[in-house]
Design a protein around this ligand. Structure first.
Ligand code: G4P
Length: 279
């Protein structure tokens, strides 16, 4: 049966399984870094995360900040701090050399839990933290950056589903070396569509043409000049006009919609069209 690609598809069984795994991983840690895509400060964050975390402290990292408008991002930091009652920091895991401020913040956030442990008469131990987030937001890049200076594997501890590997970042901090993958939102098609723009959704779940059209519609409302400038368009901002401008034509002289859609999505993802925040 041909899949209807006008909607982003969800598989409730997969989501339930992913949530179970995430819960197991979360039960092992004292604090969490939630990585979100700075271009989607709301849509790439997980609605149910506070339900999963309970009282555990969370540091929200607005990653891929290099692909956003920095002034607009400042406003979002305040919005997210208030909305989540969590610490919010900005990162660019592709370029930044050291993530010392993030390490310091994690130590600070975990300290109350370590103090609680010590009050029970137990010896001080390093705080345990992990990175969670939706696909492609930069979780692995951040883990790599954080562990680059310290490759000390502290050995495997029994996890619920398998052995979990920890890396000692410094005497106060152990990091789980595998990220927790947050399942995509299933309830909100608008957010789901935005997640296709940043490549957080499996390609099988949507059509390039529909995603590119939705992206162009959104960009032309919020940032029309950047689209016009990059693709050298007049007032008609559309897949057709981009295809014609680039001379991407198929048999019969019609615009090559699929090729143009793929390019528009790629140009956006690579930051070529401009720096945007789409929520
Ligand atoms: P994930 O674990 O959350 O799935 O994400 P991952 O770290 O694998 O990163 C996904 C893609 O995003 C990678 O690109 C990575 O290089 C890129 N990336 C991560 N953080 C940043 C950032 O702060 N800014 C920018 N511009 N890109 C970032 P890729 O194309 O899959 O691989 P590669 O080209 O880097 O090899």
């Amino acid at each position: 049966m041909k899949k209807d690609k006008t909607h982003i598809h969800w598989y409730p069984g997969h989501i339930a399984k992913a949530e179970r795994k995430l819960k197991e991983q979360l039960s092992l840690v004292d604090a969490v870094i939630e990585v979100i895509d700075a271009r989607l400060p709301l849509s790439s964050s997980y609605e149910n995360i506070t339900g999963l975390l309970g009282q555990k402290p969370r540091l929200i990292l607005l990653n891929k900040s290099d692909l956003t408008d920095k002034n607009e991002l400042k406003v979002w930091i305040n919005v997210l701090e208030k909305k989540n009652n969590a610490s919010v920091m900005v990162s660019d895991a592709k370029n930044s050399k050291d993530l010392n401020l993030i390490v310091k913040k994690l130590e600070e956030l975990s300290e109350p839990r370590i103090q609680e442990i010590m009050k029970k008469g137990l010896l001080r131990r390093p705080a345990r933290v992990m990175v969670v987030g939706m696909p492609n937001v930069g979780k692995s890049s951040i883990i790599n950056k954080l562990t680059k200076s310290s490759k000390t594997k502290t050995g495997a501890k029994a996890g619920v589903t398998r052995q979990q590997q920890w890396v000692r970042i410094n005497p106060k901090l152990d990091l789980l070396d595998t990220p927790g993958i947050i399942p995509m939102r299933q309830d909100n098609q608008e957010a789901a569509m935005k997640l296709t723009f940043v490549n957080s959704v499996s390609e099988n779940a949507y059509s390039n043409e529909i995603a590119a059209n939705a992206l162009i519609e959104l960009l032309s409302k919020k940032y029309p000049n950047q689209l016009k400038l990059y693709y050298q368009l007049d007032d008609d901002i559309s897949i057709d006009s981009i295809a014609l401008k680039r001379n991407w034509i198929v048999a019969g002289g019609n615009p090559d919609i699929e090729r143009t859609s793929v390019y528009v999505l790629r140009d956006f993802r690579e930051g070529k069209i401009g720096k945007f925040i789409l929520d």
